[in-house]
Design a protein around this ligand. Sequence first.
Ligand code: MTE
Ligand code: MO
Length: 376
Amino acid sequence: DPYIDEPKRNFPFIVNSEKPFNAEPALPFLMKNFITPSEIFYVRNHLPVPLVEIEDYKLEITGLGVNETKLSLDDLKTKFPKVSVIATIQCAGNRRSEMSEVKPVKGLNWNAGAIGNAVWSGARLQDVLKFCGLQNIANINHIQFEGLDTDATNAPYGASIPIEKFLNSYSDVILAYEMNGEPLSRDHGFPVRVIVPGVVGARNVKWLSRIVLSENESPSHWQQNDYKGFSPSVDWDTVDFKSSIAIQELPVISAICEPVNNQKVKLQNGKLIVSGYAWSGGGSKIIRIDLTADKGLKWHTAKIIHQENANPGRCWSWVLWKAEIDIDKSSTNKVEIWAKATDSNYNVQPESFANIWNLRGVLGNAYHRIKVYISD
Ligand code: MTE
Ligand code: MO
């Protein structure tokens, strides 16, 4: 059993799969904190969790333009300034369960909890690569990352990001050894993971073992033949993974966390209290969250209760929001609530899952719709 060295867990919420381990918190708990506590932060593993002896751990940096270098965890901690970045990470499959209601898709059945916001601390990728002698970036198009976790053919988990993420100091890419002020837990990538703020979870490689500067994207399955979007009309018989590009920065999204779908609720002075999160990839800033209780006849703008103070382009954290919606109780006790967010590029969530459906169930950012039952 390749899973015999898994960490001890008492994850309190929804376990989507045991081997590999995948779990997400219930939405009302996720909503409780701007900084998601590590214990309830979703876990997305594709493979067994590697068992790392810290004395043996070395991060290898190799490829075009660098002197081949090996760094211990201690080197990372002592040779480079420690920086902290608050960043949201989201799985491309977040909210997949809603997309699969349109038509089944292949993948873990995530609700809206495959997202979290944490304080990540470590060394800047820029500092580390400069230390490795990187000056001339000619021919380098991509930075590849490999994890210590391997599949049945011994291939490691891998991903890559475009070189531009390294060139722009404001992209805040770090090699993190701490999450929320503590060493990374085994499930979240101990001892070192890369954090690429604003970029899909899949590129935030855990248990980082190798960085390769290359002309090409990562050759890994997860870069080449997974985590890509397609037209709703493409199915498993016709899909050509080479015809689409790897997901990097994620589109704008929001979700209602409280109440949850199908919950019985009480009005407060005739108003329904609704709260949730919103986030957009690439550092775009959330500028508004709009809700409707009558399928768009009237929209209510939510109050943002927690937001990072940063310019558009460098907003890595989600926002938490709350709205009070007048409900006309005379008509029916069943109410449908829709939520949609707008980001600083004025990109808005699409209306329906039907028109963004894709066979892998990724990029599920349509309006979040829940039904609630008003009780007295
Ligand atoms: N890194 C490695 N080495 N192996 C993995 O399976 N999963 C990726 C990414 N990094 C993964 C990985 C995916 S798809 C996501 S969404 C995030 O890690 C999840 O990070 P978390 O488990 O800390 O929430
Ligand atoms: Mo993911």
